[in-house]
Design a protein. Structure first.
Length: 105
């Protein structure tokens, strides 16, 4: 937390890529000084398909991630914004727009 404050004092911004609980904890601590964005897959089935097509993880690891996704999706409505990651380019554009809008406040 002190590191984040130090970075802010330098006039810079911090972006975290954390799990759902970490994101909610950060938002709870920093309140309106933070923007929480939930990146949502089109479906759990599509997420599993994407993970398998990458061929970078074992079947066991993919199963663990799918199980975690089922749990994490229940928290989506607790975030400030939800981006549906159906198309990566569109999702990136939406995230950029949300961040730019938030930083202008």
């Amino acid at each position: 937390k002190s590191e984040i404050t130090r970075i802010w004092e330098m006039g810079k911004h911090v972006i975290f890529d954390v799990d759902v609980i970490g994101g909610l904890n950060l938002k709870d601590f920093f309140k309106d000084n933070a923007l929480s964005i939930f990146i949502m897959p089109p479906s759990v089935e599509e997420l599993e398909k994407r993970l398998k097509s990458r061929a970078s993880e074992s079947a066991e690891k993919i199963a663990m991630r799918i199980g975690k996704a089922h749990k994490e999706l229940k928290y989506a409505n607790q975030f400030d914004q939800i981006i549906l990651n159906k198309d990566l380019t569109v999702a990136v554009d939406q995230a950029t727009e949300l961040l730019n809008s938030f930083l202008k406040q």
